[in-house]
Design a binder for this molecule. Structure first.
Ligand SMILES: NC(=O)c1ccc[n+]([C@@H]2O[C@H](COP(=O)([O-])OP(=O)(O)OC[C@H]3O[C@@H](n4cnc5c(N)ncnc54)[C@H](O)[C@@H]3O)[C@@H](O)[C@H]2O)c1
Length: 241
Protein backbone atom coordinates (compact mmCIF):
# COMPACT_ATOMS: atom_id res chain seq x y z
CA UNK A 1 0.00 0.00 0.00
CA UNK A 2 1.28 3.49 -0.83
CA UNK A 3 2.35 5.69 2.08
CA UNK A 4 -0.65 7.77 3.02
CA UNK A 5 -0.77 11.32 4.31
CA UNK A 6 -2.76 12.69 7.23
CA UNK A 7 -3.57 16.23 8.34
CA UNK A 8 -4.29 16.78 12.03
CA UNK A 9 -5.58 20.19 13.06
CA UNK A 10 -4.69 21.49 16.51
CA UNK A 11 -1.61 19.25 16.58
CA UNK A 12 0.61 21.39 18.84
CA UNK A 13 -0.53 19.69 22.05
CA UNK A 14 -3.19 17.58 23.71
CA UNK A 15 -5.25 15.16 21.64
CA UNK A 16 -3.99 16.51 18.34
CA UNK A 17 -0.38 15.79 19.25
CA UNK A 18 -1.35 12.30 20.42
CA UNK A 19 -3.18 11.64 17.14
CA UNK A 20 -0.30 12.97 15.01
CA UNK A 21 2.19 10.72 16.79
CA UNK A 22 -0.12 7.70 16.56
CA UNK A 23 -0.69 8.15 12.83
CA UNK A 24 3.04 8.57 12.23
CA UNK A 25 3.55 5.35 14.19
CA UNK A 26 1.25 3.64 11.68
CA UNK A 27 3.41 4.87 8.81
CA UNK A 28 1.46 7.95 7.78
CA UNK A 29 3.22 11.09 6.68
CA UNK A 30 1.75 13.73 8.96
CA UNK A 31 1.08 17.45 8.68
CA UNK A 32 -0.27 19.55 11.52
CA UNK A 33 -2.05 22.90 11.36
CA UNK A 34 -2.20 24.90 14.57
CA UNK A 35 -2.27 28.54 15.67
CA UNK A 36 0.92 27.74 17.55
CA UNK A 37 4.27 26.35 16.40
CA UNK A 38 4.48 22.61 17.12
CA UNK A 39 8.05 21.82 18.25
CA UNK A 40 7.00 19.00 20.63
CA UNK A 41 5.01 17.26 17.93
CA UNK A 42 7.75 17.78 15.35
CA UNK A 43 10.24 16.17 17.74
CA UNK A 44 8.07 13.04 17.94
CA UNK A 45 7.09 12.70 14.25
CA UNK A 46 9.61 11.98 11.52
CA UNK A 47 9.31 14.23 8.43
CA UNK A 48 6.56 16.30 10.12
CA UNK A 49 5.11 19.20 8.12
CA UNK A 50 4.36 22.05 10.52
CA UNK A 51 1.75 24.55 9.35
CA UNK A 52 1.08 27.55 11.58
CA UNK A 53 -2.15 29.47 11.16
CA UNK A 54 -5.84 29.83 11.91
CA UNK A 55 -7.88 26.81 10.95
CA UNK A 56 -10.93 29.08 10.65
CA UNK A 57 -9.32 31.24 7.97
CA UNK A 58 -10.20 30.01 4.44
CA UNK A 59 -7.00 31.34 2.81
CA UNK A 60 -4.74 29.80 5.46
CA UNK A 61 -6.50 26.46 5.15
CA UNK A 62 -6.31 26.41 1.35
CA UNK A 63 -2.64 27.34 1.36
CA UNK A 64 -1.88 24.75 4.04
CA UNK A 65 -3.57 21.94 2.13
CA UNK A 66 -1.68 22.89 -1.04
CA UNK A 67 1.60 22.80 0.87
CA UNK A 68 0.76 19.29 2.11
CA UNK A 69 0.05 18.13 -1.44
CA UNK A 70 3.28 19.73 -2.70
CA UNK A 71 5.37 18.16 0.00
CA UNK A 72 3.78 14.70 0.24
CA UNK A 73 2.04 14.33 -3.12
CA UNK A 74 -1.49 13.89 -1.80
CA UNK A 75 -3.79 13.74 1.20
CA UNK A 76 -5.86 10.83 2.53
CA UNK A 77 -6.87 11.43 6.15
CA UNK A 78 -8.19 14.60 7.78
CA UNK A 79 -8.57 14.79 11.55
CA UNK A 80 -10.59 17.87 12.47
CA UNK A 81 -9.38 18.12 16.04
CA UNK A 82 -8.64 21.83 16.69
CA UNK A 83 -11.23 23.14 19.07
CA UNK A 84 -11.91 25.58 21.86
CA UNK A 85 -14.03 24.95 24.93
CA UNK A 86 -14.28 28.04 27.12
CA UNK A 87 -16.48 27.67 30.19
CA UNK A 88 -18.62 30.74 30.88
CA UNK A 89 -22.10 31.32 32.28
CA UNK A 90 -24.62 31.58 29.45
CA UNK A 91 -25.78 35.03 30.55
CA UNK A 92 -22.23 36.39 30.20
CA UNK A 93 -21.67 34.85 26.78
CA UNK A 94 -21.10 37.53 24.16
CA UNK A 95 -21.78 37.27 20.46
CA UNK A 96 -17.99 37.27 19.95
CA UNK A 97 -17.64 34.28 22.33
CA UNK A 98 -20.38 32.44 20.43
CA UNK A 99 -18.90 33.15 17.00
CA UNK A 100 -15.35 32.15 17.99
CA UNK A 101 -16.51 28.77 19.26
CA UNK A 102 -18.65 28.21 16.17
CA UNK A 103 -15.89 29.25 13.78
CA UNK A 104 -13.17 27.07 15.28
CA UNK A 105 -15.28 24.03 16.20
CA UNK A 106 -17.78 23.93 13.33
CA UNK A 107 -16.86 26.23 10.46
CA UNK A 108 -13.20 25.14 10.40
CA UNK A 109 -14.01 21.44 9.83
CA UNK A 110 -16.14 22.55 6.87
CA UNK A 111 -13.29 24.70 5.49
CA UNK A 112 -10.63 22.05 5.99
CA UNK A 113 -12.71 19.22 4.55
CA UNK A 114 -13.78 21.30 1.56
CA UNK A 115 -10.18 22.22 0.77
CA UNK A 116 -9.01 18.63 1.25
CA UNK A 117 -11.74 17.04 -0.85
CA UNK A 118 -10.10 17.35 -4.31
CA UNK A 119 -7.10 15.43 -2.95
CA UNK A 120 -9.22 12.75 -1.25
CA UNK A 121 -11.17 12.32 -4.50
CA UNK A 122 -7.96 12.11 -6.50
CA UNK A 123 -6.74 9.38 -4.13
CA UNK A 124 -10.04 7.49 -4.54
CA UNK A 125 -10.02 6.84 -0.80
CA UNK A 126 -10.28 8.97 2.29
CA UNK A 127 -11.11 9.26 5.96
CA UNK A 128 -12.48 12.37 7.67
CA UNK A 129 -12.54 12.21 11.46
CA UNK A 130 -14.22 14.95 13.48
CA UNK A 131 -13.48 15.28 17.18
CA UNK A 132 -16.81 15.98 18.85
CA UNK A 133 -17.53 15.60 22.57
CA UNK A 134 -19.69 13.55 24.94
CA UNK A 135 -20.56 16.94 26.45
CA UNK A 136 -23.33 17.05 23.83
CA UNK A 137 -25.13 14.60 26.11
CA UNK A 138 -23.99 15.65 29.57
CA UNK A 139 -24.75 19.23 28.43
CA UNK A 140 -22.96 21.29 31.13
CA UNK A 141 -24.65 24.65 31.75
CA UNK A 142 -21.50 26.77 31.31
CA UNK A 143 -20.66 25.47 27.83
CA UNK A 144 -23.72 26.31 25.75
CA UNK A 145 -21.87 27.48 22.58
CA UNK A 146 -19.49 24.51 22.86
CA UNK A 147 -22.28 21.94 23.14
CA UNK A 148 -24.13 23.58 20.25
CA UNK A 149 -20.98 23.58 18.10
CA UNK A 150 -20.19 19.92 18.79
CA UNK A 151 -23.81 18.87 18.19
CA UNK A 152 -23.50 20.76 14.90
CA UNK A 153 -20.32 18.83 14.17
CA UNK A 154 -22.20 15.56 14.66
CA UNK A 155 -24.85 16.73 12.17
CA UNK A 156 -22.07 17.78 9.79
CA UNK A 157 -20.57 14.30 10.15
CA UNK A 158 -23.80 12.54 9.27
CA UNK A 159 -24.66 14.65 6.27
CA UNK A 160 -21.11 14.86 4.94
CA UNK A 161 -20.86 11.06 5.12
CA UNK A 162 -23.70 10.91 2.58
CA UNK A 163 -22.12 13.59 0.41
CA UNK A 164 -18.71 11.91 0.27
CA UNK A 165 -19.77 8.25 0.11
CA UNK A 166 -19.59 8.21 -3.73
CA UNK A 167 -15.84 8.93 -3.45
CA UNK A 168 -15.08 6.11 -0.98
CA UNK A 169 -14.44 8.73 1.70
CA UNK A 170 -15.85 7.90 5.13
CA UNK A 171 -16.77 10.58 7.65
CA UNK A 172 -17.05 9.77 11.35
CA UNK A 173 -16.86 11.55 14.69
CA UNK A 174 -15.28 10.58 17.99
CA UNK A 175 -16.90 11.90 21.17
CA UNK A 176 -14.57 11.74 24.20
CA UNK A 177 -15.54 12.49 27.77
CA UNK A 178 -13.28 14.94 29.60
CA UNK A 179 -9.65 14.13 28.76
CA UNK A 180 -6.62 15.13 30.77
CA UNK A 181 -4.95 17.76 28.56
CA UNK A 182 -3.29 20.98 29.73
CA UNK A 183 -6.18 23.04 28.38
CA UNK A 184 -8.83 20.88 30.05
CA UNK A 185 -6.94 21.15 33.34
CA UNK A 186 -6.94 24.95 33.01
CA UNK A 187 -10.64 25.16 32.08
CA UNK A 188 -12.10 25.36 35.54
CA UNK A 189 -15.76 24.41 35.47
CA UNK A 190 -15.63 22.52 32.18
CA UNK A 191 -18.24 19.78 32.44
CA UNK A 192 -18.12 20.08 36.24
CA UNK A 193 -14.40 19.25 36.49
CA UNK A 194 -12.47 15.96 36.34
CA UNK A 195 -13.87 14.54 39.58
CA UNK A 196 -17.49 15.13 38.61
CA UNK A 197 -16.95 13.66 35.15
CA UNK A 198 -15.17 10.67 36.64
CA UNK A 199 -18.01 10.08 39.09
CA UNK A 200 -20.48 9.95 36.19
CA UNK A 201 -18.44 7.40 34.24
CA UNK A 202 -18.57 3.62 34.53
CA UNK A 203 -14.80 3.60 34.06
CA UNK A 204 -13.47 4.97 37.31
CA UNK A 205 -10.55 7.08 36.15
CA UNK A 206 -9.89 10.20 34.10
CA UNK A 207 -9.53 9.68 30.37
CA UNK A 208 -6.05 10.25 28.95
CA UNK A 209 -5.28 11.24 25.33
CA UNK A 210 -3.84 7.74 24.75
CA UNK A 211 -7.28 6.25 25.49
CA UNK A 212 -8.56 7.66 22.19
CA UNK A 213 -5.83 6.37 19.91
CA UNK A 214 -7.27 2.90 19.24
CA UNK A 215 -10.60 4.44 18.19
CA UNK A 216 -8.88 6.86 15.81
CA UNK A 217 -6.83 4.03 14.26
CA UNK A 218 -9.95 1.88 13.92
CA UNK A 219 -11.84 4.65 12.13
CA UNK A 220 -9.04 5.36 9.64
CA UNK A 221 -8.25 1.68 9.10
CA UNK A 222 -8.34 0.28 5.56
CA UNK A 223 -10.91 -2.26 6.78
CA UNK A 224 -13.32 0.35 8.19
CA UNK A 225 -14.84 1.37 4.86
CA UNK A 226 -18.33 0.33 6.01
CA UNK A 227 -18.21 2.63 9.04
CA UNK A 228 -19.48 6.05 8.06
CA UNK A 229 -21.70 8.82 9.43
CA UNK A 230 -21.18 7.51 12.96
CA UNK A 231 -20.26 9.15 16.23
CA UNK A 232 -18.19 6.85 18.44
CA UNK A 233 -18.80 7.65 22.05
CA UNK A 234 -15.56 7.05 23.97
CA UNK A 235 -16.66 8.35 27.31
CA UNK A 236 -16.15 5.57 29.82
CA UNK A 237 -19.88 4.89 29.82
CA UNK A 238 -20.84 8.38 31.03
CA UNK A 239 -23.18 9.20 28.17
CA UNK A 240 -24.93 7.20 25.50
CA UNK A 241 -25.41 8.32 21.94
N1 LIG B 1 -9.74 17.65 26.53
C1 LIG B 1 -11.00 17.32 26.71
O1 LIG B 1 -11.48 17.14 27.83
C2 LIG B 1 -11.90 17.11 25.51
C3 LIG B 1 -13.08 16.38 25.67
C4 LIG B 1 -13.92 16.20 24.58
C5 LIG B 1 -13.57 16.74 23.35
N2 LIG B 1 -12.43 17.45 23.23
C6 LIG B 1 -12.11 18.03 21.94
O2 LIG B 1 -10.85 17.53 21.51
C7 LIG B 1 -10.18 18.52 20.76
C8 LIG B 1 -8.79 18.77 21.35
O3 LIG B 1 -8.92 19.12 22.72
P1 LIG B 1 -7.61 19.32 23.61
O4 LIG B 1 -8.02 19.24 25.02
O5 LIG B 1 -6.53 18.44 23.09
O6 LIG B 1 -7.29 20.84 23.28
P2 LIG B 1 -5.89 21.63 23.38
O7 LIG B 1 -6.22 23.03 23.75
O8 LIG B 1 -4.91 20.86 24.18
O9 LIG B 1 -5.39 21.60 21.88
C9 LIG B 1 -6.12 22.24 20.87
C10 LIG B 1 -5.16 22.82 19.88
O10 LIG B 1 -5.95 23.50 18.88
C11 LIG B 1 -5.29 24.70 18.57
N3 LIG B 1 -6.25 25.68 18.07
C12 LIG B 1 -7.23 26.30 18.75
N4 LIG B 1 -7.85 27.19 17.95
C13 LIG B 1 -7.24 27.11 16.74
C14 LIG B 1 -7.41 27.78 15.51
N5 LIG B 1 -8.34 28.74 15.35
N6 LIG B 1 -6.61 27.45 14.47
C15 LIG B 1 -5.64 26.50 14.62
N7 LIG B 1 -5.44 25.84 15.77
C16 LIG B 1 -6.22 26.13 16.81
C17 LIG B 1 -4.65 25.18 19.86
O11 LIG B 1 -3.57 26.07 19.63
C18 LIG B 1 -4.20 23.86 20.48
O12 LIG B 1 -2.87 23.54 20.16
C19 LIG B 1 -11.07 19.76 20.76
O13 LIG B 1 -11.86 19.77 19.58
C20 LIG B 1 -11.95 19.54 21.98
O14 LIG B 1 -13.19 20.19 21.87
C21 LIG B 1 -11.58 17.65 24.28
Amino acid sequence: METRTALVTGAAQGLGQEFAVALAGRGYRVAGLDLEPQPETAAKVADYLELVGDVADPGTVQEGIERIADRFGGLHVVVNNAGVYPAKPFEETTVEDWRRVMRVNLEAPFLVTRAALPYLKAAGWGRVVNIASAAVLTAPPDMVPYVASKMGLIGFTRSLAAALAPYAVTVNAIAPSMVRTATAERTVGADGGFEAVCAGQLVDRTQEPADLVSTLLYVVDEGSGFLTGQTLNVSGGSAYL
